[in-house]
Design a protein around this ligand. Sequence first.
Ligand SMILES: Nc1nc2c(ncn2[C@@H]2O[C@H](COP(=O)(O)OP(=O)(O)OP(=O)(O)O)[C@@H](O)[C@H]2O)c(=O)[nH]1
Ligand SMILES: [Mg+2]
Length: 295
Amino acid sequence: MPAPRNINDSEGPANDSEHAVNDSEGPANDSERPANDSEGPANDSEGPVSRAEMRRGLSLVVPFYNEAELLPENLAAIYQFLQRAGIAFELILANDGSSDNGPLIAADFAVAHPGCVLVSTERNTGKGGALKLGIASATLPLIGYIDVDLEIPLAHLGEALDCLATHLEVSLCAGSKLQVDNAAQRASHRNLGSRIYNALARGILGSRVSDHQCGLKVFRREVSDAVLPHVVEDSWAFDTEFLVRAQMAGFFVREIPVRLCPSRSSRVPFWRVAPKMFARLLHLRRLGVRVSCAR
Ligand SMILES: Nc1nc2c(ncn2[C@@H]2O[C@H](COP(=O)(O)OP(=O)(O)OP(=O)(O)O)[C@@H](O)[C@H]2O)c(=O)[nH]1
Ligand SMILES: [Mg+2]
């Protein structure tokens, strides 16, 4: 387990000079940064470091599994958002062993869009497996991920980036579906299940966040460098383990409220997944994954 770290370490990553993939060429947007890149937001008084870090860029991982239908439109939306965000970026499409046409669509998209790469697991591992591979492939100082169904609107990704730019003490910004009323957006059994699961995660793993399973997280590279090598979960519980291990390592986690905008009915077989998720909490506890109260 990594030792607790200085959460205010806002220096760039150790391997900054090794950023090879797109750094010299930069994605297409690099030369067409929007005006806000030089103007600076109201929070510029927080210091130039975070803004410099923002300029050095974001690796955004988008996991997908059998999503051929929504890939063309949603990848275009994500790419356009990144171009307009005024930061250097790379977009990492993490195929989780899809058996549909999705990998071909994603491969074509990557070829046609500078700064976009496709990585694939050999077989379907679960969302966590795809995220592990994607995060391990990331080369830029900020790393994030968002679900490809865009149930979490991209505006919240912008808010997470703002949060990290504004608050140097924050190492990881996580979306929370439970900090706003999303009752109308989700089936009641999923809302209730989510609340119970997160209460158990707090009780069993000592975590302090409201929502462990939101498909939006953005963090500084130092977090994944310290945490990812220890993460065992490949399934849906990856999110929980990653968040809890980040807290164990002393990183400051901040949540932002996320208003869901579902565009399709749920693909998650809730009654099959829920008991497994609770079992994973106990498994993680047995492995010693628990935030100590004594910090
Ligand atoms: N369902 C599923 N999604 C995966 C898997 N691996 C990666 N993903 C991706 O993980 C993200 C979240 O999946 P969703 O099916 O939207 O899960 P969710 O948001 O928790 O639940 P619903 O939106 O209600 O279905 C999407 O980008 C998926 O394509 C997998 O093995 N199964
Ligand atoms: Mg979803």
